[in-house]
Design a binder for this molecule. Structure first.
Ligand code: ATP
Length: 450
């Protein structure tokens, strides 16, 4: 049943244009995914919501957008060259590769029972070369986290914006990790997007800031409509901590394959600033002009994955509903009829996340006056909302399609509209329909969506 749900999500994503297999016509490149028209809207809405909460609505967090390629010294200083690895074992028989942490028996292949090689470290950073000559001196890495771009700009931020502690930097961007065992659709991939905050605090305030941030980040998912029973917090054991972390708490989601990390909130201590100060030779201490002292702030880092969050919201919003005969779709007006709709698949994404807010249809595709009016209404609404016009199916099909992508309202122009200048507006969740006059339509939708 659980796996079944994941299959349904993957299939809906492809069928409706949320997420496609990467390079599909070439047989696909394993574990790469492309976001289609609805997927990119959902992803952008999620990123916008994160930016609004964490940058726009706060006085103490500043946004950034740093380069993916960074000076090789950054990864020496950050510890990623020497410490950012997973242990892996290969099966001598079937040649499959496993992450040692996932193995119950480190000697035996879990798939064919063949003999496994000894666990060997495997650095997760992607390497490439800068410039035309592929030699060691030109080797650089694709960033495995967005965080370092913010640490190396700490001085630039102090000098240009003069923020006082506590303050934060925030960034959304791509990161790359050569994961040994990617999988579970977009949950673990080698190229993914992160939303990260580096929040600088006085060392003595770090423990409390960690507690506050884990709660803030937990509440953010709830505020965007995620079901509370599918979310939990989990404290990391000492043996799980990353090389830079003093403490870490995760926000976990109950995925169909089990509870797994959606976002981590770590206390990175003063590790990163101290390391960059040492390797760059620059003074990266903060000067407190009240206490007249210099020190390295501690860093609390809420770090979430965009793709994981999109996947979790899709899973959370997916519903199959038995439609009660009395609430079956009814189109009023001259063309009055009832369309059978016994089960419907509906994505109950919240208002902020839904990729389309309103869809506009003509009831009859062969009546130019109706089609023209529907197109005109959609042109007008597009100025204010994510709206689409669709006339490529019967009205029942169009409703079903929009339910599957989570569209909040459907507006139908019918024969009666030509006379009374009213349209039928159908609510995704209640499936209730109301007649609204065209000149009040925008105001009605603004009220519903605000
Ligand atoms: P995991 O234990 O699942 O490998 P992590 O603890 O290594 O994750 P972090 O380094 O804390 O992950 O990265 C912060 C966030 O970035 C994660 O919570 C996750 O949402 C996202 N993320 C990390 N690695 C991947 C990946 N390979 N694919 C998709 N998202 C990822």
């Amino acid at each position: 049943m659980a796996e079944n749900l994941m299959d349904k999500i993957v299939s809906l994503c492809k069928r409706r244009g949320f997420i496609f297999q990467g390079s599909e016509i070439y047989g696909g490149l394993a574990n790469t995914w492309d976001y289609g028209p609805y997927g990119v809207e959902l992803k952008n809405n999620l990123k916008r919501a994160w930016w609004k909460t964490n940058v726009q609505e706060r006085n103490d967090i500043l946004g950034m957008d740093c380069a993916i390629l960074m000076h090789p010294g950054v990864w020496e200083a950050s510890g990623h060259v020497h410490n950012f690895f997973d242990l892996k074992s290969d099966c001598k028989n079937c040649k499959k590769r496993f992450k040692s942490a996932d193995l119950k028996d480190t000697a035996k292949c879990p798939e064919c029972s063949g003999e496994l090689t000894k666990a060997r470290p495997f650095n997760l950073m992607f390497k490439t070369y800068q410039g035309p000559v592929e030699e060691t001196g030109n080797q650089i890495h694709l960033r495995p986290e967005t965080a370092q771009g913010m640490f190396v700009n700490f001085l630039n931020i102090l000098d240009s914006r003069h923020p006082k502690l506590p303050f934060g930097l925030a960034q959304i961007g791509k990161s790359f990790r050569n994961e040994i065992t990617p999988g579970n659709f977009t949950f673990r991939t080698r190229e993914f997007e992160q939303m990260e905050i580096e929040y600088f605090v006085k060392p003595q305030d770090a423990d409390q800031a960690l507690e506050e941030w884990i709660q803030l980040r937990f509440d953010w998912y709830l505020a965007l409509g995620m079901k509370s029973q599918n979310l939990r917090k989990r404290q990391h054991g000492k043996d799980e901590l990353a090389h830079y972390a003093h403490a870490c708490m995760d926000v976990e989601y109950n995925f169909p394959f089990g509870w797994a990390e959606l976002e981590g909130v770590a206390n990175r201590s003063d590790f990163d600033l101290k390391q960059h100060a040492q390797y760059s030779g620059k003074d990266l201490q903060y000067y407190d002009d009240t206490a007249k002292e210099k020190f390295y702030p501690y860093i609390i880092e809420p770090s979430g994955g965009v793709d994981r969050a999109v996947l979790a919201f899709l899973i959370d919003a997916y519903q199959e509903e038995q439609v009660n005969p009395s609430t079956r779709l009814r189109i009023d007006g001259e063309q009055s009829r009832t369309i059978k709709e016994d089960t419907r698949v509906v994505l109950k994404l919240n208002k902020e996340l839904a990729p389309v807010k309103v869809a506009i249809f003509p009831l009859l595709r062969n009546r130019p006056e109706i089609v023209e009016l529907a197109k005109k209404i959609s042109r007008d609404l597009k100025k204010s909302f994510a709206a689409i016009y669709d006339d490529t199916g019967s009205i029942g099909k169009l409703y079903r399609r929009q339910d599957e992508v989570g569209t909040l309202y459907c507006v139908t122009v019918d024969v009666q509209t030509l006379e009374d200048k009213q349209v039928t507006v159908r609510d995704r969740d209640s499936m209730q329909q109301v007649r609204i006059s065209i000149d009040k339509l925008k105001e009605y939708l603004v009220n519903q969506l605000s």
